[in-house]
Write a protein that binds this ligand. Sequence first.
Ligand code: GDP
Length: 195
Amino acid sequence: MKVNKADIVISAVSPAQYPNTGLPEIALAGRSNVGKSSFINTLINRKGLARTSGKPGKTQTLNYYIIEDSFYFVDVPGYGYAKVSKTERAKWGQMLETYFTQREPLKAALSIVDLRHPPTEDDVQMYEFLKYHSIPVIVVATKADKIPRGKWNKHIKIVKDKLNLREEDDFVLFSSETGEGKEKAWSLIESYIKS
Ligand code: GDP
């Protein structure tokens, strides 16, 4: 998709604020600092539309971006951030649970992980949660530029094994520095938008 139009619509704190246009939604989930904002910015060719996080995990909102007036990227607050209180964490969990289990326009979720490290328990839990609820998942292993090409396969295997990915599961090797994987990510996203 060639993107000329992209805007943030709303940082929603409650379902009442989610858009009611009925346009398809693609959610992005991942640990704070994993590279979610950079992923969005790379796909839409913008430097700073999605905020790269100065304050990791602090935003307990769903950030809606409208792309080409045709679908939304929904940036889900990063998990695995130690400094939030138990109460905040519970509230956050509740919000995600509601969104992922009840949101009708949701077509697929991108589960963003760091190619450099094995997925964390939080990554695994999130992935399993999405699968359990029959939400199509595209696993994106980002920061590929930080690993030498010759070691990509070894790292890909570690990521896939830890998440228990099957052969048919969608997987994209990605880098927001080099644009690696951008075409593949778009083509998968577009196939889910149309589904
Ligand atoms: P978010 O918290 O998940 O939205 O993460 P950000 O997109 O803000 O990225 C966190 C940090 O990782 C920033 O310093 C980014 O510049 C860096 N980063 C994100 N993606 C990549 C990537 O593909 N390659 C490299 N080298 N750095 C990245």
